[in-house]
Design a protein around this ligand. Structure first.
Ligand code: HEC
Length: 106
């Protein structure tokens, strides 16, 4: 009986972790929420900088998360040539991790 419970818990954990990884697909989120400014596959537009393979995207994950969780407007802005502010978004910790992973893979 005990073995059965341990087995059931193991199976549950395995199924759950596979599902969590499958949900870590940020392509749709990026297309829906980011690409109108950052371009398809993050190549950049006249509205916003490129994200694909840039030095910033290769840097620290926490810095990247801060950008989309807090946004960048007025004094927080880094680029003068893009007049648009970077909006702030509500993502869970897990979604934010997934999004960073996605951006690093662009
Ligand atoms: C309304 C247009 C707009 C949208 C939508 C947008 N961004 Fe941005 N984003 C910007 C602008 C403009 C900047 C540059 C801000 C600055 O001057 O520092 C920026 C900067 C960034 C940066 C920092 C780049 C760097 O080199 O410092 C990251 C990372 C980023 N955006 C990610 C995202 C993600 C992820 C999404 C979608 C969830 C998103 N952005 C949606 C306009 C946008």
């Amino acid at each position: 009986m005990r073995l059965f419970i341990v087995g059931a818990v193991l199976v549950f954990v395995m199924v759950f972790s596979v599902q969590a990884r499958a949900e870590c697909d940020m392509e749709r989120t990026f297309t829906k929420k980011c690409s109108m400014c950052h371009g398809k596959a993050g190549v950049g537009t006249s509205m916003a900088p490129a994200l694909s393979g840039t030095e910033f995207i290769r840097s620290d994950a926490e810095l990247i998360k801060e950008t989309f969780l807090n946004g960048r407007s007025k004094k927080a802005k880094k680029y003068k040539k893009f007049v648009t502010p970077m909006p702030k978004y509500n993502f869970t910790d897990e979604e934010a991790d997934c999004l960073v992973e996605y951006l690093k893979g662009l």
